[in-house]
Design a protein around this ligand. Structure first.
Ligand SMILES: Nc1ncnc2c1ncn2[C@@H]1O[C@H](COP(=O)(O)OP(=O)(O)OP(=O)(O)O)[C@@H](O)[C@H]1O
Length: 334
């Protein structure tokens, strides 16, 4: 587990210092796929570099499994840094794909047989088993990025840090890059931390996320828990939109926004509630999406029937996240 405690970091500048991080607190659980998202210059890279012990905080500390890293120096610091690999996007153009991946192992003096076996495993993980002898210039930008990830994983770090992993990669290729990060976690057991300006990367890949803005953590937690948090900026950015003119709601007994998480809820909860309580649901807005492999729906629903409130309460008991009903404008008019 990595714990970031009250970390602040500024950089000198000609006028006043630039504050990159202010009192940042975070917990990254071992084995998680953690996203640090936020706008331009939010401090994402600085935070990633502090976590990777490539940058020293001015105040606060980063703990690895409880160990205070701010006191480490020399060989101990180097040993801790080796646990966290940072994906560097630039490959050595004169070396083959396999040669690029093997380079960190060569520097460590790993013998040839073990090097070959590790490179073979990694070529498989990145889906380029047949491309070991090719040069980077023969690969697409997305394939090159996958090689860069494999190289970072060569020395079996426990944490992989990918700063903006799909920057400069086309949207068609970005899925393959993200799925390599997913495999790094699921098959190689690495904790993976990604940074991005695009919160949608968190939806596609991450199970935990922190939203950073002007050096401050706005919110953090597991993605699925944030979905049910009223007013969560991350949930708002990632869930299907439910904009509807207010007038459209007035013809229903109740109108609510409902968030359903998981196959069972998305597939069955509305028809079951409708049958059990003899109510009609009309979808006024919203839609379906996926958070990783988990289907998630947000609908704005019009509900009609005597037992509308009972149906909504029953759904909430079964894990549906419901907004406060926008109470029957029909009731008000009556
Ligand atoms: N080495 C440095 N020297 C001076 N200022 C820096 C340095 N690194 C970062 N900064 C400043 O710190 C602030 C946060 O930068 P950082 O790169 O961490 O943000 P970011 O969220 O990764 O941004 P982006 O999405 O634009 O890459 C910015 O104002 C940046 O200019």
């Amino acid at each position: 587990m990595i714990t970031v405690e009250n970390v602040s970091k500024s950089f000198p500048s000609t006028h006043s210092p630039v504050v990159a991080l202010r009192e940042v607190n975070l917990v990254v659980n071992a084995g998680s796929l953690f996203g640090i998202v936020g706008p331009k210059e939010a401090g994402k890279t600085t935070l990633a570099r502090c976590v990777a012990l490539r940058e020293r905080p001015d105040r606060g500390t980063v703990r690895y499994d409880g160990m205070d890293t701010s006191r480490l120096a020399g060989r101990k610091l180097w040993g801790a840094q080796r646990q966290v690999a940072m994906m560097e996007p630039t490959l050595r153009p004169e070396r083959t794909v396999a040669g690029n991946i093997a380079a960190p192992l060569e520097r460590m003096g790993v013998e040839a047989d073990r090097r070959r076996s590790r490179v073979g495993t990694l070529l498989d993980v990145i889906g380029l088993s047949r491309s070991g002898a090719r040069l980077p210039s023969e690969l697409s930008p997305g394939q090159q990025r996958r090689v860069a990830i494999a190289r970072a994983l060569a020395t079996e770090p426990s944490v992989l840090l990918a700063d903006d992993p799909v920057d400069g990669v086309s949207s068609e290729e970005s899925g393959a890059v993200l799925s390599v990060l997913d495999r790094a976690r699921s098959e190689l057991g690495a904790t993976v931390i990604v940074t991005s300006r695009d919160a949608d990367i968190a939806r596609r890949l991450c199970d935990e996320v922190a939203l950073l803005d002007r050096g401050t953590v706005v919110e953090s937690g597991t993605l699925l828990s944030l979905l049910g948090k009223p007013g969560s900026p991350i949930a708002e950015a990632l869930l299907p939109r439910v904009d509807t003119p207010r007038a459209l709601l007035s013809s229903y007994d109740r109108a609510v926004d409902v968030i359903l998480v998981g196959f069972a809820a998305v597939g069955a909860l509305l028809p079951e509630a409708s049958a059990r309580f003899d109510v009609d649901f009309t979808t006024i807005g919203g839609g379906l999406t996926r958070f990783g492999d988990t289907p998630v729906a947000r609908f704005r629903l019009g509900v009609e029937g005597q037992r509308a409130d009972a149906a909504l309460a029953w759904m909430a008991e079964r894990g549906a996240h419901l907004s406060t009903p926008m109470f029957g404008l029909r009731d008000v008019a009556a």
